[in-house]
Design a protein. Structure first.
Length: 206
């Protein structure tokens, strides 16, 4: 989650990479070109605040390395980029994109990410007995080589409650992850709008 999300939300979602393929080497003297990224207007609309988009930045953010859902598979890839998004209130988002050496490696990374997301509630609860984590599977999307959408709700023993939507999509040898979060529960999750955001994210990878 981006650094603009409140610390309590992050604490429930993170704790302590496995590279699934060697990324494509760029030609000598040339920097790899980032795939297309979401714009602020592509994020699910916020009822009382506008979205702001940060710059597309090379690499995977350090805080992702300790994320219970994404930290085992995303770090360690050379051809990777991310973009943070935030509102003036409680919502934030991030897109991370990785270009791998071939479609087989990309398919493996996407599969690993989906498995890690499905199992991350167990890791969250094992890391902190004060947190209860629940996952919902919102299914797949028919875009390029496909995308999968997940919802994660966490609630602490003192009443803090946060909702997170994550999606993993692939176009050829490129994999992208969209990570959205705010205070609330499953009833506060803009699932339909987030699916549209995910579809746009995958389509923009060309």
């Amino acid at each position: 989650m981006p650094k603009h999300t409140r610390a309590g939300a992050l604490a429930a979602l993170t704790a302590a990479g496995l590279a699934l393929g060697t990324v494509l080497a760029a030609p000598a003297g040339a920097a790899p070109k980032a795939p297309g990224f979401l714009a602020a207007k592509d994020l699910p609309p916020h009822l009382s605040s506008t979205w702001t988009a940060g710059k597309v930045t090379p690499g995977v953010p350090e805080e992702v390395e300790v994320d219970r859902c994404l930290g085992m598979a995303l770090p360690g890839h050379a051809s990777s980029w991310h973009r943070d998004f935030w509102t003036d209130l409680d919502a934030s988002a991030r897109q991370i994109t990785v270009v791998l050496k071939d479609t087989r490696a990309a398919k493996g990374l996407a599969s690993r990410l989906n498995k890690d997301i499905k199992s991350c509630p167990t890791r969250i609860e094992q890391a902190d007995p004060e947190v209860e984590a629940t996952l919902k599977d919102y299914g797949t999307l028919n875009v390029e080589e496909g995308a999968h959408v997940h919802g994660l709700h966490t609630e602490t023993s003192w009443g803090a409650t946060d909702i997170r939507l994550l999606s993993v999509g692939r176009d050829g040898r490129t994999v992208t992850v969209v990570d959205w979060g705010r205070l609330g529960d499953f009833g506060d999750a803009p699932v339909k709008a987030f699916k549209k955001t995910t579809t746009q994210a995958v389509n923009k990878l060309h």
